[in-house]
Ligand binder design. Structure first.
Ligand code: 13P
Length: 250
């Protein structure tokens, strides 16, 4: 019922020229797929993503967006600009933005609204830091982030939202969440979405797992009934590991 999504978050890696070569190779090597593939490179790479992937099975999008629609906001990139470049998805609320750029839940919500206005699907990142998990409060903490970002947000179609559960302690550490712990959280997220938007909606929204996903651990994560794909950092940078992940998803 839910099409798996494998999304590569490139973070601040690769130049536009490097990306262009990589995109060509990916296009050459990518088999026909039942799952969906998306790449989320830095802003300057997006025109090359459009050049390579327009009218293909590969989606692309950005890692962040401005909370403002337009105006004197030096350095910001609007949702309208991203829509014009053909972005299908864009990340909001990544823990690196929350940590290094002091993004609050309220700001994440504004960004999510800007994307929805332009018909771009937000990939909303939520997840707890280590000390919260150690206190046994991972589920309420993460559901709190989810509720705050979706406060008063009207959604009709489950394709309008992707949620990514990314425990902060698993990002870039080589320590992924145990599949059953991920499943517990994904179930809790789906049940919160069900209360907010109804069962039919929640049953169709994709909830991705992110945090040290690699070709060695992805199959066991994907075997969990509520894990609908991955938001992948490090392992999305090399063609070989990215293709291995995509093939595991099928
Ligand atoms: P890693 O896969 O490198 O742990 O990064 C995960 C992530 O932050 C994806 O958004």
């Amino acid at each position: 019922m839910r099409r798996l999504l494998i999304a590569g978050n490139w973070k601040m890696h690769k130049t536009p020229s490097e990306a262009r070569v990589w995109f060509r190779e990916l296009k050459r090597l990518l088999p026909p797929l039942a799952s969906e593939v998306a790449l989320l490179p830095a802003f300057p790479i997006l025109p090359y993503a459009r050049e390579a992937f327009q009218d293909t099975q590969v989606a692309y999008g950005a890692q962040d967006v401005s909370a403002h629609r337009e105006g004197a906001y030096t350095g910001e990139v609007s949702a309208r600009m991203l829509a014009d470049l053909g972005c299908r998805y864009t990340i909001v609320g990544h823990s690196e933005r929350r940590k290094h750029h002091q993004e609050t839940d309220a700001l994440v919500r504004e960004k999510l609204l800007r994307l929805l206005e332009e018909g771009i699907t937000p990939i909303l990142c939520v997840g707890e830091p280590l000390e919260v998990r150690e206190r046994g409060e991972a589920v309420p903490y993460t559901l709190g982030q989810l509720a705050a970002a979706l406060e008063g947000v009207d959604l009709q179609d489950p394709r309008q939202l992707v949620v990514a559960y990314e425990p902060v302690w698993a990002i870039g550490t080589g320590k992924n969440a145990a599949p059953l712990d991920a499943e517990e959280m994904h179930q809790a997220i789906r049940s919160a979405l069900s209360k907010r938007y109804g069962e039919g909606f929640a049953a169709r929204v994709r909830i991705l797992y992110g945090g040290s996903v690699n070709p060695g651990n992805f199959a066991s994560l994907l075997s969990m009934p509520n894990v609908d794909g991955g938001l992948v950092g490090g392992a999305s940078l090399e063609l070989e590991s990215f293709l291995a992940l995509v093939k595991l998803a099928g």
